[in-house]
Write a protein that binds this ligand. Structure first.
Ligand code: 5GP
Length: 192
């Protein structure tokens, strides 16, 4: 059986990665999102084992020292990491595994798994991102300013990614992501 691809999906907060990912999973059979771990507290409605594996800082540190993470990063004062075994099990079953992770983690995956496919989702402009974050209504003006600052920094990692998708309209962005996944399944030559 063909081993599934490993795909990293990164992009600034508020760019619409969750919506794109759920639409993509609906449209392309054989794609799964990998559950990841975090030390942050669950938000309302979030469940352990569904949204994240919610670990204490001590558990997270133990997992790091036991080599259980494919990558891990410190982001927004919390730790986030991808459990290696979840990625390996899904890929061994022939599934394409998508990691929705921030850029520090994406670059670690690039180092450790050279054949990984890195996709960056950008907003049409920072101004559009500001409008979307404002419309979402979950952040204070200070938090929005901080997210925009982080977004600018994250966008500096774009040259290290393989594909750039602009989320202008959701339909077009999902079409493009689907095309990338299908083309990558047909690839013969793997670089790395
Ligand atoms: P949030 O706290 O809003 O759920 O996630 C914050 C950021 O951490 C998002 O960009 C999310 O994609 C990223 N993230 C989630 N899980 C992981 C992970 O396992 N590793 C890394 N490097 N980033 C993650």
């Amino acid at each position: 059986m063909r081993r599934g691809n490993l795909i990293v999906l990164s992009g600034p907060s508020g760019v619409g990665k969750d919506t794109l990912l759920s639409r993509l999973i609906e449209r392309v059979p054989g794609v799964v999102k990998c559950l990841t771990a975090t030390t942050r507290a669950p938000r309302e409605g979030e469940q352990h084992g569904v949204d994240y594996l919610f670990l204490s800082p001590e558990q997270f540190a133990a997992w790091i020292s036991q080599g259980k993470f494919l990558e891990h990063a410190h982001y927004n004062e919390q730790y986030y990491g991808t459990p290696l075994h979840l990625v390996e099990e899904a890929r061994a079953r022939g599934l394409d595994v998508i990691l929705k992770i921030e850029v520090q983690g994406g670059l670690q995956v690039r180092q450790r798994v050279p054949e990984a496919i890195l996709i960056f989702v950008q907003p049409p402009s920072l101004e559009v991102l500001r409008q979307r974050l404002t419309a979402r209504g979950t952040d204070s003006p200070e938090q929005i300013a901080s997210r925009l600052h982080i977004a600018e920094q994250e966008m500096r990692a774009i040259p290290h990614y393989d594909y750039l998708v602009t989320n202008d309209t959701i339909e077009e962005a999902v079409d493009l992501l689907r095309a990338i996944l299908l083309a990558e399944r047909a690839r013969i030559r793997k670089e790395g």
